[in-house]
Design a binder for this molecule. Structure first.
Ligand code: APR
Length: 311
């Protein structure tokens, strides 16, 4: 059986880490694509990873290119093309620059990888993934945005630290847009199956929620650019669930068709990801408070899409 093919559009910080993870887990052969001016970087990272494979013993062919023909027949395309946030910049400030990039990337994916599952990471995420779906015309099953996996992981980390337990014992769910309006759902947060509200006090939990909301910003302030290890790990978990038909339930940005009361927008919700891509938007009961937060998150996403439509 031929190996699966994973195309990565954008060979920057996240793109490089995506390539490393995909190769290390032997998910398939990897094509790292960037603009012609960065073709050397794409090729260099590809070679570096191949050589790491010789040491680590993984079989995957990794190549770098700026030619979209090389992504032909890709099973999965993960998009990080764009510019990342600089200190003081909000994700929304990125809108106009990254929207133009997304439109051209989407056209190239439509032409060269019409059967692929597309996972968008570029920010502002909810607007970028919306544009990807619009331009490619792919069904919602095959266009997802990576955000909830990352936001849930951040929430998970902070809870594990506060509770003094292994991160593996913690389960979390973060809904809503990938921005400061995200909705960390305490009602679905457990430590070894025990509701977190029974283990941590209200003050600790509310400071964890605050930190999760600004989890991206915290890293931008520290590093001068946005995070890349955890975002890459988030997208790889989605790609793996698709390629191996694992049917994991992962929070991600999905195009809603009435679920949770919303239609025609991308919003972070729990999604069962399997061989068909999005197989189900899992609908969970939300408290009145969570519904209110989800609404303001959806409104922020709608504003972003409206602003994008004018550009
Ligand atoms: N086609 C392909 N690649 C492109 C294009 C394009 N049209 N335009 C820009 N790129 C490339 C850049 O040359 C760069 O190598 O996208 C890459 C982005 O990499 P980084 O600048 O290192 O950014 P990164 O940290 O990987 O984040 C990428 O994901 O989380 C978001 O906010 C983040 O929008 C940003 C994106």
């Amino acid at each position: 059986m031929a190996r699966k093919k994973i195309a990565l559009v954008g060979a920057g910080n996240i793109g490089g880490e995506l390539a490393m993870l995909a190769a290390k887990r032997e998910l398939g052969d990897v094509v790292l694509l960037d603009i012609p001016a960065k073709e050397g970087v794409a090729k260099g990272k590809a070679l570096d990873i191949m050589q790491a494979g010789a040491l680590d013993g993984f079989d995957a062919k990794v190549t770098g290119t700026s030619d979209y023909k090389q992504i032909k027949g890709a099973d999965v395309v993960i998009v990080t093309a764009g510019i990342p946030r600089k200190p003081g910049m909000s994700r929304d400030d990125l809108l106009s620059i990254n929207l133009g990039i997304m439109r051209s990337v989407a056209q190239n994916i439509k032409k060269n990888a019409p059967k692929a599952l597309v996972i968008v990471i570029s920010n502002p995420l909810d607007a970028m993934v919306y544009e990807m779906k619009k331009v490619t015309g792919f069904p919602r099953e095959r266009v997802l945005g990576m955000a909830g996996a990352l936001d849930s992981a951040r929430f998970q980390c902070f809870i594990a630290e506060a509770a003094g337990v292994s991160v593996k014992a913690v389960n979390t769910l973060v809904l809503g847009g990938h921005g400061d309006t995200m909705v960390p759902c305490l009602s679905y947060c457990t430590v070894g199956g025990i509701p977190v509200t029974q283990l941590l006090d209200k003050r600790t939990l509310s400071s964890i929620i605050k930190r999760t909301r600004f989890g991206g910003g915290e890293i931008v302030e520290l590093m001068g650019t946005s995070a890349y290890y955890a975002p890459a790990a988030g997208a790889i978990s989605m790609a793996e669930s698709y390629l191996k038909d694992q049917k994991r339930v992962i929070a991600c940005a999905a195009y809603l068709e009435g679920e949770y009361g919303y239609k025609g927008i991308y919003l972070g919700v729990p999604v069962k990801i399997g061989a068909k891509g999005l197989e189900e938007v899992v609908q969970v009961k939300l408290s009145a408070d969570e519904k209110k937060m989800l609404k303001s998150s959806a409104n922020a996403v709608k504003e972003l899409i409206k602003a994008g439509a004018k550009l």
